[in-house]
Design a binder for this molecule. Structure first.
Ligand code: NAD
Length: 295
């Protein structure tokens, strides 16, 4: 199977590595030439432009920072649309805005090209292990065609509806994830302020109803160790929350809980340091409470 991938960062790079390990014939393009060189050394073929990649590889994966870059990568003079063949299929794995994804799909359809949206969840650890959740929006036949490929990088591959549905559920998932991390951060900080041991608190929470991916994974590995190792940045989390909030606005519904957590995320983000890991939000909560949550 010949697959081209654009975006070799924290997520795309790990997906590319897994695909190469599983003998997928891989073409790569990224603005960061160090990343490209690394993958060429591992056996991938470099393309000079998205158009060149699309003319040589029938399946193209995009894992880019945001929808503006995806649009430029598709429609620019040396963009993907200048190279797509009649059977090409774009697998858009960026976390993106559903309404714009639908517009891009309509544009692709007009030219006779196919597209699905297939954003992921699970962070760099699951990308490395090939155990991501992948949520696909698109024609069922297109989904079935690429399911074996997606199974090489994901352990849970879902078809969730038409084009845009993947990006919709992804934004909603991250809204829950962001709100849970913020709420767990406040609870942990308050507990420490009241004299509790953070390790003991996590033992209890993780055996009780307050358990979440934040309490089970992010707190023990990133916060209590004070590592805050960069995997998913604060910039990207705020981008995702903006997407979720704009979806709510389009549908004319309030988001009482999530918008309150969003203000806390924007407070942290507005202090600079958007390139920190998103778990750094806990440091801003700690500042407000005057404590440190340390293992
Ligand atoms: P990243 O910033 O680490 O990687 C982005 C890559 O895209 C970089 O290598 C960059 O050089 C490249 N790039 C930027 N503009 C380009 C262009 N015009 N042409 C070609 N390459 C270009 O980001 P990431 O953390 O890998 O995230 C990628 C996407 O995956 C985002 O949409 C993010 O929201 C989503 N996501 C990330 C995580 C995570 O844990 N990091 C988890 C789930 C989803």
């Amino acid at each position: 199977m010949k697959v081209g991938i654009i975006g070799l960062g924290n997520m795309g790079g790990r997906m590319a590595k897994r695909l190469l390990e599983q003998k997928v014939e891989l073409g790569v393009f990224d603005l960061n030439k160090d990343f490209v060189r690394h993958f060429v050394e591992l056996g991938a073929e470099e393309a000079g432009s998205p158009a060149e990649l699309a003319s040589n590889y029938p399946y193209i994966i995009t894992v880019l920072p945001n929808v503006h870059i995806v649009k430029e990568t598709l429609t620019g003079t040396e963009g993907l649309m200048a190279g797509f063949q009649s059977d090409s299929l774009l697998i858009e794995m960026t976390t993106s805005i559903p309404s714009v994804t639908k517009e891009l799909n309509a544009m692709m359809k007009d030219k006779g090209f196919r597209m699905i949206d297939a954003p992921v969840s699970g962070g760099v650890k699951k990308a490395e292990d090939g155990t991501l959740s992948i949520m696909v929006g698109g024609e069922l036949t297109d989904f079935e065609e690429v399911e074996p490929l997606l199974s090489k990088i994901g352990a849970n591959v879902f078809h969730v509806g038409e084009v845009g549905a993947g990006h919709t559920i992804k934004a909603l998932n991250n809204m829950i994830s962001a709100t849970t991390l913020a709420a767990t951060g406040e609870a942990m900080a308050l507990g420490v302020k009241m004299g509790l041991d953070p390790n003991k608190m996590l033992d209890v929470i993780n055996a009780s109803t307050g358990k979440s991916f934040s309490s089970d994974f992010k707190f023990p590995n990133q916060v209590l160790t004070r590592k805050f190792e960069v995997g998913f940045t604060l910039d990207l989390m705020v981008k995702d929350l903006n997407i979720a909030m704009s979806m709510a606005e389009e549908e004319k519904v309030p988001m009482f809980i999530s918008s309150s957590s969003f203000q806390l995320w924007k407070h942290a983000w507005s202090q600079g340091g958007g390139d920190q890991d998103h778990t750094a939000i806990v440091k801003y909560i700690e500042d407000m409470f005057g404590v440190e949550i340390k293992g």
